[in-house]
Structure formats: C-alpha cells, structure tokens
Design a protein around this ligand. Structure first.
Ligand code: HEM
Length: 437
C-alpha cells in the first residue's frame, strides 16, 4: 500500500514546516491528517517516512544506521569519523564501551558527591537571589550540567574546568550558529572556535597521557576505558567531544522544563517537597541510595520529558526492505522519529497535553506499549547516557527542591523552539525563594 502524505513542494517542504509553526506542529498535523505512518518532505533529507505509533515503531527498532546528510553538521567536531553515523560494525563496540561506563553504577556513585556539591552551590546562590529578581533557569542549568559532564568525562585534578567550559561554549556557539544560520555577534567567532577546539583536544590528550603513564583504570572512568580498549587518540578526543555535546544541553533543559512545570503545578511541587522531607529528613542533599526512594520526583521528571522531550527527534536509514503494518518501505529510506509526537499520541496518552505524573505509576506504565515513551530514543542508536542523565537530573532537582520554591516570573512568556534540543526561545525565567519563607 502506498504511504499517504502531502503533495511534494518545490521548496523541499520548508514553507509547510514554517507555516505550521515548526517541525513538531507540522508532525502533529501530518499524523492527524494521514495516520500513524506518513511520507513527507523533511528539510535536509528529501523524502522521509514518519512513524508516530509505538507498536509500528517496533518494526524499526533494530535499525542501526542513521542518514549521513542529516548529521553532517557534526563532521567538523570529529577527526576519526562522525560518531553519530559510524557504520554499525564500528558503532557496536564503541557503544558497548560507552555503556559499560555511562550506564554503570560505579561511575554514578563515584561522581555523585561532586554532582551534589555543584547543585548545592547553585542552590546557595539562588537562595541569596535579591528579592524580586528572577533567575534564568535554562542558561544556569545547562551551564551546571556542562560542569558536571566535564568533571565526569575529563576528571578533576589536572583539568581547568572553567576554561574547558568556556572553550566548549565557543565551539558550540559557532557550530550550532552555522546549523541554525544565526549570525554570530563576534566576527572572529570561527577563528576562536577553531582555537577552542584545538585546546579541548589538547586537554583530552593530556588526560590520555596521564592515564597511559599511571596505568590505573576502573569502570567509572570514561577516558580510562577508551584507552584500555585500544581506541585511537582521535576517536578518544571525538568521544569526549560528543559526550559533552550530547550531555549538557539535554540534561540541563530536562531539569529546567521540570522546574517550569512544577512552577505551574503547585500541588505537584508540594508533593515533591513532602517526599523530599520524608526521605531526606533534615539533610539538604540526597545520597546516591536515596534516589530510588524519590519515586514521585522520578514520575515528575518522566512526565516532564514526555511533554518536553529534550531530544525531540531521531532518524534512521533502512538498509533492507521493511514492512510497517500495511506499508512496505524500501531499503535506503529515511525513517523519521517524531519522539515528541509519539509522546502526545492520544491513543496511549489520554488528554495528552495535560501534566499528570500519575501516568508513570508502575500500573499505568504496564498498560502502554514499550515505545510509547522514548525520551532517550530507540534501539541500537539510543542514548548511552540515559542512566547517567537520570541520576544527574534527579540529584539536581532533589537539591534545588528540598531548599527552594519556584514560580513563574510575572510577564515572562516561555516559548518552545526546536533546536538541536527542545529549547525555550527567551529562556525560562522564574522567581525563586527559600521554602521556609
Ligand atoms: C535528559 C538528558 C538526555 C536526553 C533526553 C537524551 C536524549 C537522547 C536522544 C533522543 C538521542 C538520540 C537517540 C536515537 O536516535 O534513538 C541521544 C543520543 C545520544 N546521547 Fe543522549 N540524552 C540525554 C543525556 C545524555 C548524556 C548525559 C549523555 C552522555 C554522558 C548522552 C549521550 C548520548 C550519545 C553518545 C548519543 C548518541 C547515541 C548513538 O549514536 O549511539 N546523552 N540522546
């Protein structure tokens, strides 16, 4: 059966996306009009097939190839081949290695105290915020998660975290600016980004050299694991760069969207605060072992990533013919993953726009198909950092919400824009006050 979809447009689909108010709204409209499988013009990829039904998605979950053209903007950040589009035979061992560190409890436990300390410093600063002055959550929380992941990936002692953070920001401003065709304020931005990238690579090389000379490594050490597995110096540099890139915006925005939602749902914020009081007592910060007892906080975080998935899309390329329900998809097709639209599919999420953490009780989760909720993507190219990101987000939320209360800044409108991550166009400004006041 022929896959339904709109007529082809001369401009490659750009004006249709713009007229809908962005790719997400366009996806919602397409799926409403044509059903769960839609053929459409995806800017940058000619034709793609979008799948918004979690049961049909299962038939794509094994695909291990991404379309190269959609990820070409990351080429300049990799020296040994773009990690997002590595061929499957190279990707599989690399993924296994990353998972052995990022998903492992030893790494989470080892870095936990530092994560909590960084969150506490931010809570201290916000607690002292002048009365009536809002804070900008998105900027501060993405900066916080960059600090966390720098410490995680590069270790502490020999690395100047402030300088690494500043260098990474330079690289990001230039390369994301190119992607989104945003004019850079600094005419020397490209030159500075090149120098910053060289500095970051040299920093990784120094950490690698230190590992080689002292020969010790354990399962909590990313660079140690890469060195031990015999990865080339260029691949190690690329992996650190990609980890910083994948980790900091996503985790920071997950926390800021969660606080945004709690600010608009005081009854849920009260319940989170009561849970924190019960689990932590007088303690200001959780231990690693406390996290699994913060069940309501976890439900809130999940509901937030359903409504505002930090990574709203994914894509694959079929390497063989595929049957999707009544449709046949030939090899070489771009399959577009509209994770955000999947999260709003009314068949599995009644009143999909409503914030309701109760959707994530174990009983409710068991009623839904596995792929109805996919904030970390699908299959062999899904996010290797999912477990680490969850620990980071939980500890930051626990520390902030034990101490502080957030409410919307009067007159500030929060507007979503789809970038590399789901971003708030003008930031997320909120009023913060200590809970005991
Ligand atoms: C809340 C935070 C995060 C969210 C929502 C998120 C989400 C995602 C999504 C949607 C993808 C694409 C998956 C797909 O195509 O199926 C992805 C890929 C990836 N993420 Fe995350 N991520 C987060 C944090 C992190 C962290 C902390 C790290 C590393 C420490 C990380 C490392 C990666 C890597 C390396 C990939 C590429 C996967 C591959 O090609 O094998 N992410 N992430």
């Amino acid at each position: 059966m022929r896959i339904p979809g709109p007529e082809r447009q001369e401009d490659g689909g750009l004006s249709a996306v713009a007229a809908a108010g962005g790719l997400h709204r366009y996806q919602l409209r397409l799926h409403e009009a044509y059903g769960p499988v839609v053929r459409f013009q995806l800017p940058g990829a000619d034709t793609a097939v979008s799948v918004a039904d979690p049961v049909l998605l299962e038939a794509t979950a094994h695909i291990d190839t991404r379309p190269e053209e959609l990820f070409a903007f990351l080429d300049p950040l990799c020296e040994a081949g773009n990690l997002q589009v590595l061929p499957a035979d190279e990707h599989t061992p690399w993924r296994r290695l990353l998972l052995s560190v990022l998903a492992g409890r030893p790494a989470h436990e080892r870095h936990f105290a530092r994560f909590a300390e960084l969150a506490r410093e931010l809570a201290d600063r916000w607690a002292g915020q002048a009365d009536g002055e809002p804070v900008e959550l998105q900027k501060e929380l993405t900066a916080l998660s960059l600090r966390m992941i720098c410490g995680f990936a590069l270790g502490g002692a020999e690395t100047d975290t402030d300088r690494v953070v500043a260098a990474f920001e330079e690289v990001l401003t230039e390369h994301l600016g190119r992607l989104y065709q945003v004019a850079r304020a600094d005419p020397r931005s490209a030159e500075r980004a090149e120098a910053a990238l060289a500095y970051l690579r040299a920093t990784v090389d120094r950490v690698v050299a230190a590992h080689r000379s002292d020969g010790r490594t354990d399962r909590s050490d990313l660079i140690g694991a890469l060195v031990e597995a015999g990865q080339s110096p260029a691949r190690i540099r690329d992996t650190v760069m990609m980890t910083l890139l994948a980790a900091h915006h996503t985790t920071g925005v997950a926390v800021s969207w969660t606080l945004h939602l709690l600010g608009r749902h005081p009854e849920a914020a009260d319940r989170v605060a009561a849970e924190l009081d019960q689990v932590l007592g007088e303690r200001a910060t959780p231990d690693y072992g406390d996290l699994r007892r913060l069940t309501y906080l976890d439900m809130v975080l999940k509901e937030s990533m359903r409504l505002f998935p930090p990574g709203p899309y994914g894509a694959r390329e079929t390497t063989e013919d595929l049957v999707l329900g009544p449709y046949e998809i030939p090899a070489g097709t771009t399959v577009f993953y509209p994770f955000w639209a999947v999260h709003l599919n009314p068949e599995h999420w009644p009143e999909p726009e409503r914030f309701d953490p109760e959707r994530f009780t174990p009983q409710e989760v068991a009623k839904r198909p596995r792929l109805a909720y996919v904030p970390f993507g699908i299959g062999p190219r899904s996010c290797e950092g999912a477990a680490l990101a969850t620990v980071e987000a939980q500890v930051v939320l626990a520390v902030l919400l034990k101490r502080l209360r957030f409410r919307p800044a009067p007159g500030h409108e929060v507007t979503q824009v789809e970038r590399f991550v789901l971003w708030a166009r003008d930031g997320i400004r909120m009023m913060v006050r200590p809970r005991d006041l």
